[in-house]
Design a protein around this ligand. Structure first.
Ligand SMILES: [Fe+2]
Length: 474
């Protein structure tokens, strides 16, 4: 039986506006493009004489942008590797470049220190994409943005914000406030007094305002956060970054090695006022780990915070490529939880909305910060732990609908609203790997029935990716 592993193999080619054969019926209103980002190459060198050297962790694969453009009733696929320093080192020179998440770089770590605090940042921006004005940016977890052409996906080069916000890490999950169109994000500064820096980028601008600066005793790894009209909410899990160990001679070789899970500590929800920049509540819960928040909103004197929670941080290690390519995704086993966070102190409590195997949650972004009805996610329904289901969870009734098909593996489900419609009116897009056919397709589900409307076949396998955004009218 075909399994998921071909989704962790390198893409050999790029596509340039290839018309995809479509089964089914695309909505006439669906006008725009799904732009996605994720790893696409996992070993250094190419062709004869290439170095026999591979990346150690899935998070480190070379960024491959992918675009499904809905155009003239059809779907066009464009894929393009980001041409970065990391790409040139890996592909043209056959060596691994700057140190990344879980792959040791060439040379000593000390030799790569640039500011006596952290190793040189990678420019392999392979996690997500964002847009501000006419600038389209590829993002990763260090503050190195790479601009690309939204039509051709060609790399335009490193791109800097027009401000003096200085940080060592940044979330690759900026969130857009649906009221103002401003983009909020969270950066981390290490150094003598580590701090989180919360920024706000007004719609279409290139310069950020600092909303809040929060001092840290121990910096912890934060992958995403939540935004409501009044607050920013961070779930600070006890996955501590050993910064001193990164700079000490003979210390950690990779960022992954510097992460230390301390289950004796709680996970603390930190609520920050958007108006004053002050921390207005800190509320603890028994330790859990999260990559991805879903949504959050205020209910009376509490914040409701939905996220995908893991019992511990072993999921981070389990995404090592050797383990994934061995045929088992051991711990991709998140629950969709709803935490109730009191704004006047006290402990956070939770209920489980959907249990087991969930990952990569999304929802209708127009509802960000407000009560909402539906969350979407991938789910691992098989013994190998790979995500082979898409689910829609009704957060009011807890009814779960599932899309599945034998020998297929699913990517992040992105909801695209029909203009003027509600949460039920739209489609859900997911890049699915048909492992038996050795071919990926873009699946178009009807958001209301959660049944297939159409699928558009890519010419080949597209390696599993992380995150993407739909841009209307592109
Ligand atoms: Fe993510």
């Amino acid at each position: 039986m075909a399994d998921y592993r071909i989704g962790f193999e390198s893409a050999e080619t790029e596509c340039d506006g290839v018309d995809l054969p479509v089964d089914g019926d695309l909505p006439a209103w669906l006008d725009g493009a799904l732009v996605r980002n994720g790893p696409g190459k996992f070993e250094a060198g190419c062709g004869e004489g290439a170095a026999d050297e591979g990346f150690a962790h899935w998070f480190d694969g070379l960024a491959l942008l992918r675009k499904f453009a809905f155009r003239d009733g059809g779907v066009e696929l464009t894929t393009r590797f980001l041409r970065t320093d990391e790409y040139r080192a890996v592909v043209e020179e056959g060596r691994l470049g700057a140190g990344q998440f879980g792959t040791r770089a060439g040379g000593s770590l000390l030799g790569r220190l640039t500011d006596a605090v952290l190793p040189e940042s990678t420019d392999n921006a392979n996690v997500n994409v964002m847009r501000t004005g006419e600038h389209f940016l590829a993002l990763t977890e260090v503050p190195t943005q790479v601009a690309f052409d939204p039509e051709t996906l060609e790399t335009r080069g490193e791109w800097a914000f027009d401000d003096d916000v200085d940080a060592h890490m940044a979330c690759a999950h900026p969130v857009v406030d649906p009221e103002s169109g401003a983009t909020f994000n969270l950066s981390v500064r290490f150094g003598r007094t580590p701090s989180y820096v919360l920024t706000r980028l007004p719609a279409g601008e290139t310069s950020r305002d600092v909303v809040a600066t929060l001092s840290l005793s121990d910096p912890v790894y934060v992958h995403s956060f939540a935004l409501t009209p009044g607050h920013v909410v961070i779930a600070a899990c006890p996955l501590v970054v050993d910064v001193l160990g990164l700079v000490r001679p003979g210390g950690h070789d990779t960022f992954l090695d510097a992460l230390d899970w301390r289950p004796g500590r709680p996970t603390t929800f930190v609520a920050v006022s958007r108006e004053t920049g002050n921390v207005v509540a800190e509320s603890s819960a028994p330790a859990f780990f999260t990559f991805h928040h879903v949504n959050a909103f205020r209910r009376a004197d509490r914040l409701v915070v939905d996220l995908v929670a893991f019992d511990d941080a072993s999921v981070v290690d389990s995404l090592a490529l050797a383990d994934l390519q061995a045929g088992s995704v051991r711990t991709l086993d998140g629950d969709l939880r709803r935490y109730s966070v009191p704004l006047d102190g006290g402990r956070a409590t939770h209920e489980t909305l959907a249990a087991g195997g969930l990952s990569l949650p999304r929802f209708d972004e127009r509802r960000r910060g407000r009560p909402y009805q539906y969350a979407y996610a991938t789910r691992a329904g098989g013994e190998d732990g790979a995500p082979n289901h898409l689910v829609r969870v009704d957060l009011e009734t807890l009814e779960t609908r599932v899309w599945e098909e034998a020998e297929t593996f699913c990517g992040e489900p992105v909801f695209v609203p029909e203009p003027g419609g509600g949460e039920r009116d739209g489609v859900v897009l997911s890049v699915v790997l048909d492992a038996a056919r050795e071919q990926s397709f873009l699946l178009v589900l009807d958001a209301d029935s959660f049944e297939e409307r159409a699928r558009a076949w890519a010419p080949d396998v597209l390696p599993f990716d992380f995150h993407g955004q739909f841009y209307m009218g592109r």
